[in-house]
Design a protein around this ligand. Structure first.
Ligand SMILES: Nc1nc2c(ncn2[C@@H]2O[C@H](COP(=O)(O)OP(=O)(O)OP(=O)(O)O)[C@@H](O)[C@H]2O)c(=O)[nH]1
Ligand SMILES: [Mg+2]
Length: 397
């Protein structure tokens, strides 16, 4: 990692650039997110493909002069194109690209967002792409997958990866989650390491991972809107600069969009010239079904206490159009024990009904359609430790 403590101006800390901070990407009129998603069949009913737009070999980073760079850029370009054309898995949209000089001035790259649980990674990705794509709760370990969020402009495409918070794995599920984090670091052109003002500096495991990363890392100190005084932020920045050498230290509020406009500028500067990895109209690699299941999982996390929501998985079994403006969604909520099933359902089904009402309301906003939602709670003993189940649920990386 290059040492270039190029911290943003102090004014950035206290002067919010609030929600006008949306990046310069030209935005189409706001449509429901669901309208822009891949509607391919259930990506949870079969193993998830590895991200097929994965990048070409790291050889490019060893290029020494412009000639080398040109040569390697061509090589990288060909390999990427091969990978895309050779993609046999239809669950993900791909892009056929040919050597087009129109892309000479086009930037594209993978930006991985990593950190401890609850630091605000998903909030940040949603803020950077300007859509609520990833689910957010105040509970740790909300995100379980690597989720691409794309920000497209005329001459750039940023492929953000929201990732699960780094933890010491207790279950096979956790090991899969950590593989998603590792994979996102291997692919990255740039890493955003998100910490917050209140972390106890217990990010040793994240720092260990970052030591193996060869690309620039930005350290983002999140939740500055909660600072009692500007000094609190300044002190934090000073401690981190002692602790870890990163290319930039940026204080932000992912929630309010403070600091994110400048962050976008710094990200763009670091991206290589490259054609887009995905079609420009894409917003994510994930399907409608994935987001339907995530919305239900968000409601489980916010409605149930302790371990119960962590032992849940949501599988969308049916996702059908009914007429022009209605979706029929049938989902299974899997739990590990029958006692948890009883808790999820609640007295006379009241608890599950509440989850259904909340999830349906969010789905209607997300998909821009009326939703008929049916949920069933099933027991799947010890699914968090069963490799075959995890694979079926989409946790193979
Ligand atoms: N005040 C404040 N709260 C924030 C900010 N960013 C995130 N949060 C809150 O912090 C909590 C966690 O946010 P997430 O975005 O889900 O955190 P995460 O890092 O994705 O968490 P995991 O998915 O569990 O790893 C939520 O309650 C957010 O609303 C911020 O800038 N300011
Ligand atoms: Mg998250």
């Amino acid at each position: 990692m290059a040492q270039q403590p190029d911290q943003l101006p102090k004014a950035e800390v206290s002067n919010a650039d609030t929600s006008t901070s949306k990046p310069k990407a030209p935005k189409a009129a706001k449509a429901p997110i669901g309208a822009k998603l891949n509607s391919e069949p259930n990506d949870l009913s079969k193993p998830q493909p590895a991200p097929k737009a994965a990048k070409a070999p790291k050889a490019k980073k060893k290029a020494k002069d412009d000639d080398d760079l040109d040569l390697l850029a061509d090589l990288e370009f060909d390999l990427a194109a091969d990978q895309l054309i050779g993609d046999e898995n239809p669950t993900q949209s791909t892009l056929s690209i040919s050597a087009d000089p129109a892309f000479d001035n086009h930037k594209a790259g993978f930006v991985s967002i990593v950190g401890k649980p609850n630091a605000g990674k998903s909030t940040l990705m949603n803020q950077l792409i300007g859509e609520k794509l990833s689910i957010i709760t105040s509970r740790a370990q909300t995100t379980r997958h690597r989720i691409f969020g794309l920000l497209n402009g005329e001459d750039f495409q940023i492929v953000y990866s929201d990732t699960p918070g780094v933890i010491q794995p207790k279950y096979e599920l956790h090991r899969s989650m950590m593989r998603f984090v590792n994979a996102s670091l291997e692919d990255a052109d740039l890493v955003l390491f998100v910490t917050d003002l209140f972390e106890d500096f217990d990010e040793t495991d994240v720092i260990e991972k970052l030591k193996r990363v060869e690309v620039p890392v930005f350290l983002l100190i999140n939740k500055i809107d909660l600072a009692k005084t500007p000094d609190q932020v300044e002190e934090r920045i000073a401690i981190w600069k002692e602790r870890l050498q990163t290319e930039l230290v940026v204080p932000i509020s992912a929630l309010l969009g403070q600091g994110t406009a400048s962050l976008f500028d710094e990200i763009i500067k670091r991206l290589p010239n490259h054609p887009p990895y995905f079609p420009k109209e894409d917003l994510t690699d994930r399907s409608e079904r994935f987001f339907a299941s995530e919305i239900i999982r968000e409601k489980l996390l916010t409605n149930y206490r302790k371990e119960v929501p962590y032992s849940c998985e949501v599988i969308v079994q049916d996702f059908k159009e009914r007429g022009d403006d209605m979706l029929y969604i049938r989902a299974d909520i899997l739990v590990e024990r029958s006692s948890q099933r009883a808790i999820i359902i609640g007295h006379q089904g009241e608890a599950l009904k509440k989850v259904g009402v909340q999830a349906r309301a969010d789905m209607e906003t997300f998909f821009g359609k009326k939703v008929y939602l049916e949920t069933h709670v099933k027991v799947e003993p010890d699914w968090r430790n069963k490799a075959n189940k995890l694979k079926y649920f989409g946790y193979s990386s």
